[in-house]
Write a new protein. Structure first.
Length: 269
């Protein structure tokens, strides 16, 4: 799943492939950037902010620009050697191609693809809460932001990137299972909110630098999660069938025994 750790990993792949290189060409396949040509631009760095990816450039006139993209549920970047076959996704999903002498970066099914002056990045990511994998991670600030809406369910609050940046459906479900908290618990009723935040940061950090996301400690197929993706399968702790609830792109898995509802919880209708 393209959550904070996946975007962090993707940013590092692009940084290793492109940082310091002068682009020999670019091909944007989205209407708003169709005529944009980055040939001659130098890639300064590739960075992530929560689920947002930021490619920063220096133009020939030394102006600094940022190419912003969001992976959402299905976006991806791939780096290829020149001449290598692009096998990441079907060609019709390509949104941008960046060419350099040593590598070709291809963005598939990217969302919110925007080119802005680097000084204006805050207009795109300034609303985000502390980045779980960022150098400026601030657990106290994340807890403070979560606590400002005590009636919101903890499930919704963890996904709100304005509270803390990087948690998606997978980590939301796994964190709440490990903490024994029902997804429908109001934030104000969550015991040890700071502990929940700390666990989220530890889980994402543990998966930084690898593509297999595991919360169980196992990297074997079918053994990497406690509840996520395991609807109707037995809970690894108590044997109860895991339940699933969907609302658009928001999916919740939980164990009704290990994460019991309490008075004040707001279960799905």
């Amino acid at each position: 799943m393209p959550e904070g750790d996946t975007v962090w990993n993707t940013a590092r792949v692009l940084h290793r492939a492109l940082a310091g290189a002068r682009l020999t060409g670019s091909d944007f396949r989205v209407p708003q950037l169709a005529t944009t040509d980055l040939a001659g631009w130098t890639v300064r760095e590739s960075a992530s902010r929560g689920k947002h990816l930021l490619l920063r450039f220096a133009a020939p006139d030394d102006a600094h620009w940022t190419l912003h993209s969001h992976l959402r549920m299905d976006g991806a970047w791939r780096a290829y050697a020149p001449g290598e076959r692009w096998a990441g996704r079907p060609a019709h999903l390509i949104r941008v191609v960046l060419r350099s002498p040593g590598a070709v970066a291809v963005g598939y099914h990217l969302h919110e693809l925007t080119l802005v002056p680097t000084a204006e990045e805050a207009g795109l990511v300034g609303h985000l809460g502390p980045d779980l994998l960022g150098p400026d991670w601030d657990a106290d600030e994340a807890v403070r932001r979560l606590a400002t809406q005590p009636e919101q369910t903890i499930s919704e609050a963890l996904l709100d990137q304005r509270n803390l940046a990087g948690v998606g459906n997978l980590y939301k479900c796994e964190v709440l299972f490990l903490r024994g908290v029902s997804p429908w618990t109001p934030v104000g009723a969550v015991p040890d909110l700071a502990g929940t935040v700390a666990l989220a940061q530890r889980l994402l950090s543990a998966n930084r630098g690898r593509w297999t996301q595991s919360t169980t400690g196992s990297l074997h197929r079918g053994q990497t999660s406690y509840v996520y993706g395991r609807r109707a399968q037995p809970c690894r702790r108590c044997g109860t069938a895991i339940r699933k609830q969907e609302l658009g792109e928001r999916v919740t898995y939980w164990c009704p025994t290990c994460q019991p509802e309490r008075p004040g919880d707001r279960p799905p209708a």
